[in-house]
Design a protein around this ligand. Structure first.
Ligand SMILES: [Mn+2]
Length: 237
């Protein structure tokens, strides 16, 4: 039986086994359509296998910061500027031999809006007081954001410069989901939560599969969570 709902899967990061198990589970649920939230690639065992499965299954989704970095790396390699980015060259090289997967990743938008279900998908997060069409590329990176400075992000907890969350708060940064004014439901990944995290109308579904925890999907509009436990710890957090 097919119903009029849809499912959104959190960050897969190359965890092909858990991803295919999840697709089977969602098929059993009879959801109308399955979406992903980006960060399909990198860190885990089979990044391109995951992209291939997305293509074959016709999944739609949004771009994550790891796809963005991978494509930038590929662009650098093609232009003969290998030193532009620290991203794994091996994966970029593999992608360069798979035109269909490259095209699929390049086609991913930074936001997906479903007006019927009043739901928005984004990998990282949003800035308040900014229309969707003005949201920066950094929506793929958002965790702590500066609400008045679109594009200005810091990592949650400890950022790349070793600055604590408390110090970042003193500088005006906030967890994006605490300051969003988006009226639709916002489903996001990127920030690893221990459990699926509902705050206001935001729903975080990255539960750290590649770190040995679980792959999570949410079925909308019921807000029902489906979890597939990680088979093992692929990388240490
Ligand atoms: Mn991410």
């Amino acid at each position: 039986m097919t119903s009029n709902n849809f499912a959104v899967i959190g960050d897969v990061h190359g965890c092909i086994d858990e991803f295919s198990t999840m697709l089977d589970r969602l098929d059993q649920e009879g959801v109308r359509e399955i979406f992903h939230l980006g960060d399909l690639v990198d860190r885990g065992p089979d990044s391109l296998g995951v992209v291939k499965l997305c293509r074959e299954r016709g999944l739609r989704g949004v771009m994550g910061n790891h796809e963005w970095a991978l494509l930038r790396k590929l662009d650098s390699l093609k232009a003969g500027r290998n030193k532009d980015s620290s991203f794994d060259s091996e994966l970029a090289l593999q992608l360069s031999y798979d035109a269909a997967s490259e095209a699929y990743l390049r086609s991913l938008p930074k936001l997906h809006v479903d007006d019927g279900f009043e739901t928005l998908l984004v990998h990282g997060g949003l800035w308040p007081n900014l229309p969707l069409w003005k949201q920066p590329i950094a929506v793929m990176f958002a965790q702590l954001i500066h609400p008045n400075r679109p594009g200005d992000v810091r990592w949650w907890k400890i950022d790349q410069k070793g600055i604590s969350e408390e110090e970042n708060y003193q500088l005006g940064y906030r967890r994006w989901w605490e300051v969003t004014d988006e009226p639709y439901h916002v489903i996001y990944g990127h920030t690893v939560h221990d459990e699926p995290f509902v705050y206001g109308r935001t729903i975080g579904v990255d539960t750290g599969c590649v770190f040995g925890r679980a792959l999570t999907a949410v079925i909308m509009p019921e807000k029902r969570f489906i979890k597939v436990a990680a088979k093992r710890t692929y990388v240490e957090k």
